[in-house]
Each structure stands twice: as structure tokens, then as C-alpha cells.
Design a protein around this ligand. Structure first.
Ligand code: UGA
Length: 461
């Protein structure tokens, strides 16, 4: 099939390359000429494991090309909308101007029989509005994407589910669409695009627009809630003298709860979870059901307090922050990504610097983007350079190479062997054995208050 993909960022570039891998002839459209030329050279404009190989393979074979001109999408059977829907400045509302602009550029090139497929994360109600703006004979589907950065290629080629939001006339047929989609309908067209995935047994849900739009935000809201639940338990443990990592470990044995997304630490960031829960709250408020998701404000607040608690942990480890030299390991919002949007690690570095610490940040992939987002901070490309002469080392993004650091070797180059692990990723016993004062968020080693001696601090564990 001929496929066009509009927006070639973290979502669209991966989707375009994956569609070529599935055997389609793909054109990716983006307004950024520099990004388009990098992609046409078969290279990835951002760090994503596996993507360079897929791009090189697709472009070399001639199955994948990129352009800044939406006219190059003419003649495609399916047009995927993959542009970003960031948070609006000054409010939680999703900013849809990229989506509206992409559709406006595409609209003159659509012909009857084409199917437009939205993949961007949008407030519920957007698909119905956009469907009404399409030319006669062009159908719209909403097909949310559940990929994670860092695993994007695998998540796209081996998704755990496919969700199609299709026009009402396709779903109001007593489930017939799901069994055998009407030829020419949006669901049938998506089945043809994803034929290989369906043959692999990937489950697919055919539903209405609203359910498909909500399928994405509900999943992200649930994941964010799980993370904040774990971090709320960490707050309680830090005061009550418990060990939050052990606590969520006990919960994870319960198959109804599971252990995923219960990581105790610095909390969530990135281009999705933070803005999606805010956009969901804002949309629910507009719909008059704000109370139904009011808990998401608390989820957001717990997440923000993780960063405050991390600052306090570093402060108590160092006996103050002003003038203390601190190395922050990690700037990306999570490992295997160079994305620093709403990065907890970079925000922690900023907050420490804001409290007067002399901060140096390092990261295996994200330094260039971090430098652009936070030029006021100092950066070092190597861990050894970052930690030389510091008063504390703070692990903020759990890159595999940081898990493998040798505590004895590092102890020899720092000024004071103090470690704060904000991700509960390191073996603190091994670090302590190498002479480090090692602390972690929510862990039994956190400096806490001894109820029997008010005002005094003690270290447990
Ligand atoms: C998230 C969802 O996981 C994807 O399913 C979704 O498609 C995507 O958003 C999106 O909306 O496009 P992503 O933002 O790539 O994916 O990142 P995650 O791997 O979910 O991690 C999000 C944040 O949560 C990271 O900062 C991570 O460090 C943090 N996290 C994750 C925790 O703090 N604790 C955990 O236990 C797990």
C-alpha cells in the first residue's frame, strides 16, 4: 500500500520506518527541512535504539522517503497524522495547532476513498471535529499509538494491541466490523496496513472515536497513577521508617497489581505522561466531569514532590547545598532516550543549582538537547570528568552504564564519597562497602525523623 505519515518526530519517524518495514511504500512529511534531509540520508534525527537500521534499510530500498511538501502525500491510500500535541503555554490544555496545520496542508491532496488516520494523542472529541472537516468521500480513523521511547521500534512492530476508532456507521453494525470489516471502510483499510501484525495475533479493538481517543489517555493516566502511587508510599515510608522499594515489592507478587510502573524514585517525565494527564483533566473539566479525574491533579503533585524530596535528600547528605559540588548522572527523562522534555533528571539538576549547588550534568546521549534546554548548567561528557572533586554524586536517570559503575574507582576521584540514588537503581550495599554514604529515595536508608527524638535525624537501614 501507499502510505503517508505527517509529522516525523519521535512518533512519526518510527511509524514511517516501521510501515516501510511492513512492506508499504511510505512518504514521511515534516515542516522541518533539516530533519527531512537527515531522514532521507537514512539517519535518525534523535536517539532511538533500532531506528537507524530501519531507516537505512527503508531509504536504501527506495520504500521510504521524506519530504517537506504535503503534495507528495497525494496518491497514498492511508495518511497517518503523527504530529505532536504539546501542552499549551500557561494551561494544561492540549495545543492542537500542529495537528490542524498538518491536516490543512494535506486536505487539498486528499481524494475520495482515502483514509486519514490520527495517531497523535488528542482530547476526546477531536476526531469527530476533524472528520467533519474532511472532503466528501474521505474517511477518518483514530488509531492511538502506545509506543514507549527507547522501545519504539519493537513496540510499533510488536504492539500489545491495535485500537481503531472508526466512524459511527462502521461501529453501529452489531460488531460486524470487528469480525469482517466492510470493504472500503476505515477499519478494512487499517487491517490491510497492519496485515502482518494481525497475522501475528495482535489483538485489535474496533470502536468509536471517543473510546479510541480515551484508550490512549486512560492508559497513560493509569500508568502515571501507578508511578505516583508508589512514590506516595515512598513519602509515607520516609517518615514512618519503612522501605518503599520492599513495600512495592510485596505488592508486586499480587498478580492483580503487578510490579510494572511501581518504580520508587524521581517520578515520571517525558513528552507524554505529564502533559497527557493535564490535558485529560482540562478536557474533563470542559466536559463537566472534572471531578471524575480530579485525582490526576494529586498524581501530578505527588510526582512534583519527588523532585523536592530528592533536593532535600541531597541537601541532607551534603549538610547544605550552597557551594557544594554535585554531579548529576543523567539528563534524559529515562534511559535509552535523548529526550529531555519534562525530564525529572534535568529538573532536579536545575533545582539543585537554584539552591546554590555547583552542578555538573552528564548523560550518555542527551547532553546536546539538555544543553539547549538548560544552558545555565555545566555539562561533562564522561562520568569520570563529571564526578572529579565533587561533594555528592546523584543518580537521576538509570542508564545501564551507571548501574555498572565501580564504586571503589569513583571513590578515588570524588572529594566526598556521598551517593544519592533517586532511581533505586544501584546496589547501595556495594557502594557502602566501598566507603560511600549512600542514600536513596523512599528506601530504608533515607534520612528520616525518629519519632522518639523529634527534630533529630537518623539513618535507618
Ligand atoms: C509513555 C507510555 O508508556 C507509552 O505507552 C505511550 O505510548 C507514550 O507515553 C506516549 O504517550 O506516546 P514514554 O513517555 O516513552 O511512554 O515513557 P515511559 O517508559 O512510560 O516512562 C515515562 C516516565 O515514567 C519516565 O520518566 C520514567 O522514568 C518514569 N517511570 C516509569 C517511573 O518513574 N517509574 C516507573 O516505574 C516507570
Amino acid at each position: 500500500m501507499k502510505v503517508s505519515v505527517h509529522g516525523c518526530g519521535y512518533l512519526g519517524a518510527v511509524h514511517a520506518a516501521a510501515m516501510a518495514q511492513l512492506g508499504h511504500e511510505v512518504v514521511g512529511i515534516d515542516v522541518d527541512a533539516a530533519k527531512v534531509s537527515v531522514l532521507n540520508a537514512g539517519r535518525a534525527p534523535f536517539y532511538e535504539p533500532g531506528l537507524p537500521d530501519l531507516l537505512a534499510e527503508g531509504t536504501t530500498r527506495g520504500a521510504l522517503l521524506f519530504s517537506t511538501d504535503a503534495a507528495d502525500a497525494a496518491g497514498a491510500d492511508v495518511h497517518f497524522l503523527c504530529v505532536g500535541t504539546p501542552q499549551s503555554a500557561g494551561s494544561g490544555v492540549a495545543d492542537l495547532h500542529h495537528l490542524d496545520a498538518a491536516l490543512a496542508a494535506l486536505r487539498p491532496h486528499l481524494r475520495p476513498g482515502d483514509v486519514v488516520v490520527g495517531k497523535s494523542t488528542v482530547p476526546v472529541g477531536t476526531a469527530a471535529r476533524l472528520a467533519a472537516e474532511l472532503p466528501d468521500g474521505v474517511r477518518l480513523a483514530w488509531n492511538p499509538e502506545f509506543l514507549r521511547e527507547g522501545h519504539a521500534v519493537d513496540d510499533t512492530l510488536h504492539p500489545d494491541r491495535l485500537v481503531y476508532g472508526v466512524p459511527r456507521d462502521e461501529v453501529a453494525d452489531g460488531g460486524e466490523t470487528a469480525r469482517s470489516p466492510e470493504p472500503g471502510g476505515a477499519a478494512a483499510r487499517l487491517d490491510a496496513v497492519y496485515a502482518r501484525l494481525l497475522a501475528d495475533g495482535v489483538p485489535r479493538v474496533v470502536t468509536d472515536y471517543a473510546t479510541a481517543e480515551l484508550a490512549k489517555v486512560a492508559a497513560n493516566a493509569f500508568l502515571a497513577t501507578k508511578i505516583s502511587f508508589a512514590n506516595a508510599m515512598a513519602e509515607v515510608c520516609e517518615v514512618a521508617g519503612g522501605d518503599a522499594v520492599a513495600l512495592v515489592g510485596t505488592m508486586s507478587y499480587d498478580a492483580r497489581i503487578g510490579g510494572d510502573y511501581l518504580g520508587v524514585g524521581l517520578g515520571f517525565g517525558g513528552g507524554c505522561l505529564p502533559k497527557d494527564i493535564r490535558a485529560f483533566s482540562a478536557r474533563a473539566e470542559e466536559l463537566g466531569v472534572g471531578r471524575a479525574v480530579a485525582f490526576l491533579e494529586e498524581v501530578d503533585a505527588i510526582n512534583d514532590r519527588c523532585r523536592d524530596r530528592a533536593v532535600e535528600l541531597v541537601r541532607s547528605a551534603c549538610g547544605g547545598l550552597a557551594g557544594r559540588r554535585v554531579a548529576v548522572l543523567g539528563a534524559a527523562f529515562k534511559p535509552d532516550s535523548d529526550d529531555v522534555r519534562s525530564s525529572p533528571a534535568l529538573d532536579l539538576a536545575r533545582r539543585l543549582a537554584g539552591e546554590g549547588a555547583d552542578v555538573v550534568v552528564t548523560d550518555p546521549q542527551a547532553i546536546a538537547l539538555a544543553q539547549a534546554a538548560a544552558p545555565e548548567l555545566r555539562y561533562a561528557t564522561e562520568v569520570a570528568e563529571a564526578v572529579a572533586g565533587v561533594d555528592a554524586v546523584v543518580l537521576a536517570t538509570e542508564w545501564p552504564e551507571y548501574r555498572d559503575l565501580d564504586p571503589a574507582a569513583l571513590a578515588a576521584v570524588v572529594r566526598s564519597a556521598r551517593l544519592v540514588d533517586t532511581r533505586n537503581a544501584l546496589d547501595l550495599a556495594a557502594w557502602r562497602a566501598a566507603g560511600w554514604d549512600a542514600r536513596s529515595l523512599g528506601g530504608a536508608s533515607v534520612v528520616t525523623h525518629d519519632a522518639s527524638r523529634p527534630g533529630e535525624e537518623m539513618v535507618t537501614g
